[in-house]
Design a protein around this ligand. Sequence first.
Ligand code: FUB
Length: 326
Amino acid sequence: MKKPVKRNEPLVTHIYTADPSAHVFEGKLYIYPSHDLNHEQISNDNGDQYDMEDYHVLSMEDENSPCVDHGEVLHLRDIPWAKQQLWAPDAAYKNDTYYLFFPARDHDHIFRIGAATSSSPAGPFVPQPDYIPGSFSIDPAVLVDGDRAYMYFGGLWGGQLEKWQTGEFIADAEGPAPNAPALGPRVAELSDDMLTFKEAPHEISIVDSSGQPILAGDEERRYFEGPWMHTYNGKYYLSYSTGSTHKLVYAIGDNPYGPFTFQGTILTPVVGWTTHHSIVQFQDRWYLFYHDSSLSGGADNKRCVKYTELKYNADGTIQTIDPYGA
Ligand code: FUB
């Protein structure tokens, strides 16, 4: 019989998993990860080593239960618009339907974001024939907020966010100068059917405690990739990876569009280059789902999803977690 998953240990060990988006659906924890393949790839700044081809769905009844792998729920070969690299997905529930949102490079090698639907949180998911019109870059995260739903997305370097600064794809565009405001993630409200954007994406502003924009050269704090949005005590918490400094950090705002004021670190660096997470409330506790590369002994492209408890201070700030602490 399979054993319950322990905190800070891989959820599953029979496949490599990463980029976990956790949600409570039908009273259980469902986790939507990337599925890393056992490829021997050279790591580069373009992220070519993350050459994933399908998605699996995981679930846990509760903290005392084993993690179940529901198997392959969507494959690259079944997505007409996508050519390669199924990166970090997210899921949402609305209209009696489960939606899987995912980035992939299209046939022009440009990252776009697609949607797929299912009647079950465990899939399988049927993809839409084309990507979401007006979508670009990577790492969709969807907040369903009452009747409305918002998609947050965007990632630097291999995620191509620098190339969209004008609203058009400019293949050789560079990021802002170190003393200029950093690029922010994008947000767009989703249409009622969740399959298109209701509006052109907005750029989110992340500011310091004086209200000044975080600068592109401030790699300890600037946005890199992997946005997640959750609410706590009426505030909106935007959390994300700082990429080159390998931290998960967060900023707080009063509404889904921001601006968001930088607060601090949620998770200190993990084994492996990337760090990527989600935050979910389940049975009166809050949890951080994250990944590291410990299962493969440190290979950047062979990661494993883990979880731990996340705690707030009385003022609403989040206590910093050391993934390898006592
Ligand atoms: O898994 C591929 C990419 O690595 C994700 O899209 C990024 O967030 C990083 O975790």
